[in-house]
Design a protein around this ligand. Structure first.
Ligand SMILES: *[C@@H]1O[C@H](CO)[C@@H](O)[C@H](O)[C@H]1NC(C)=O
Ligand SMILES: *[C@@H]1O[C@H](CO)[C@@H](O)[C@H](O)[C@H]1NC(C)=O
Ligand SMILES: *[C@@H]1O[C@H](CO)[C@@H](O)[C@H](O)[C@H]1NC(C)=O
Length: 490
């Protein structure tokens, strides 16, 4: 039999260059490659003209490159940098627009190699919907990798339908006590939890609505969730009014499992400190790469920790200088913001650190609770490791996600659900959270909460089962690949 050269099936992934977006998208690409040897994937790495903390990560990616998985960096365009401060929405749009020509070049290049490869699809981040036009020019189907929860996607579709099918102006929900009956949620959703961008009359709302419209044009939406976690929301999304959804999660950067994470960090002082603590005794506080507080709020947290009496590991980050609009940084000396004598009084019980290796900490048996900003990736990590959470959302989708975890799924306790921090302005706290509220949340998380602890442990088992053969997410990856093959242009 004559060996016939099979044409490779190529996918192009276009993540958005922020850590919370990039990592799950790249990990999902690795997942597909591992699953089906017919696939090869090119991941386009765009560069924002400011530091978003991804440079080290993207450099490390080149080490992961194989014959079947390539990373291509697109040229950077600094000329739009001035827009960052003038208008974040305009900046985002100008940034994506500046990348379109580069993306078109890459697509054209793959398509001209069509005797050896066929471009079966483009997988975009939801912020990159402008790339759908490039895909359409070449007659290539588009898929989305969605980095928030299924319920949040359902909420976005609901708001878009209110606007487009019922003529409602969704920004009128701003500062109201209204409750929304969102099909993806079993409980009414208080409008005050909606992301501020959704309620923004100056273009924010219209941007969100247009993203929702464009998501509906795609051939499929890849969800970083599992059916067992968001059963109601995922079922609601499969009502035929949206593109097919594939719940393939949790997609996390935990390739080596717990053992590997521990080994990599065995000489990390945070981990060696945890090694000396009793099982499930430590509450871990960590607020993400943008999570920092002003000095007054830091002192409230410190007072709450002291009064709760629990062991703690606190990732305390410094707010960026007002003019930089960058990521949280490190304190040279955290004592400058902590209450006087705090470090001495809590010595042996608590540890204050800067950046912390979150996954390694959560996987450690000494950690019994997690106070989190409720980014979706952090929620998935805490469930994966079976660590119950107390919610302290900051901005964006995090209030809705906190509501989902506390009220809908009953998998977290509440410190605060409606805290809102505008990370683009300098006044960091609009509503401060008091030491009493924080202490109460920590006590509830560490002392009480046995029902939640049990449910979280059960969910941990489900997350692990979902990913292996016979599991729901494993099956969803299979369906996704089959549909990609079937939808592929010849
Ligand atoms: C990137 O790596 C450099 C050198 O290893 C390090 O100094 C820097 O802190 C890292 N940046 C981030 C954002 O992790
Ligand atoms: C929305 O729900 C909350 C909590 O159940 C309730 O206190 C509030 O009155 C409701 N708002 C309206 C406008 O009905
Ligand atoms: C992702 O996982 C790999 C392997 O476990 C590790 O080397 C890398 O540092 C991780 N990346 C991030 C950004 O956490």
């Amino acid at each position: 039999m004559e060996a016939q050269k099979m044409r490779e099936t190529e996918l192009l992934f276009i993540p958005f260059p922020a850590v919370a977006h990039l990592i799950p998208v790249v990990e999902s690409a690795k997942l597909l490659i591992k699953r089906d040897h017919r696939l090869s994937i090119t991941v386009l790495i765009m560069k924002l003209p400011m530091d978003t903390g991804v440079a080290n990560y993207t450099q490390s990616l080149q080490r992961d490159a194989t014959d079947r998985m390539k990373f291509v960096e697109l040229p950077q365009d600094d000329s739009i940098f001035k827009l960052v401060c003038e208008s974040p929405a305009a900046f985002l749009s100008a940034f994506i627009t500046s990348q379109i020509a580069h993306v078109r070049d890459v697509v054209a290049d793959i398509v001209t190699r069509s005797d050896s490869t066929r471009l079966a699809g483009i997988v975009i981040d939801m912020l990159n919907t402008a790339m759908i036009d490039v895909a359409n020019e070449f007659g290539v189907p588009t898929y989305v990798f969605y980095i928030s929860s299924a319920a949040f996607l359902g909420l976005t579709f609901y708001l878009q339908s209110l606007s487009d099918d019922h003529g409602q102006d969704i920004t009128e929900y701003k500062d109201t006590e209204a409750n929304l009956s969102v099909p993806c949620f079993l409980n009414p959703v208080p409008a005050k939890f909606l992301p501020s961008v959704v309620l923004d009359k100056e273009g924010g709302a219209s941007t969100i609505l247009s993203i929702a419209r464009r998501l509906r044009e795609t051939k499929g939406i890849i969800l970083n969730t599992l059916l067992e976690l968001e059963t109601h929301a995922v079922m609601t999304l499969t009502d035929g009014k949206n593109p097919p959804v594939y719940s393939v999660g949790p997609v996390l950067n935990i390739t080596g499992g717990e053992g590997a994470t521990d080994n990599q960090n065995s000489d990390n002082p945070v981990i060696t400190w945890l090694d000396d603590q009793p099982p499930s005794s430590v509450v871990f506080l960590c607020f993400g790469s943008l999570g920092s507080f002003d000095a007054d709020q830091v002192k409230e947290i410190a007072r709450a920790l002291e009064r709760s009496g629990h062991r703690f590991l606190w990732s305390l980050r410094r707010p960026p200088p007002p003019e930089k609009r960058a990521l949280a940084g490190e304190y040279e000396n955290p004592e400058e913001v902590l209450p006087e004598g705090f470090l001495e009084r809590t010595e042996g019980i608590g540890k204050v650190v800067g950046w912390a290796p979150q996954a390694a900490v959560l996987s450690h048996s000494a950690v019994g609770g997690f106070v989190s900003h409720c980014g979706w990736n952090s929620i998935l990590e805490s469930l994966w490791y079976g660590v119950p959470m107390a919610t302290w959302p900051m901005f964006g989708d995090q209030q809705v996600l906190a509501f989902e975890m506390v009220k809908e799924l009953e998998l977290a306790v509440e410190i605060k659900m409606d805290f809102r921090k505008d990370f683009l302005t300098t006044n960091s706290a609009v509503i401060a959270v008091t030491a009493e509220e924080i202490e109460c949340g920590i006590r509830c998380l560490m002392d009480g909460g046995s029902e939640i602890r049990k449910k979280v442990k059960e969910m941990k088992e489900k997350t692990r089962k979902a990913l292996v053969e016979g599991g729901s997410s494993y099956a969803a990856v299979g369906r996704l690949i089959e549909d990609i093959m079937n939808n592929s242009p010849e």
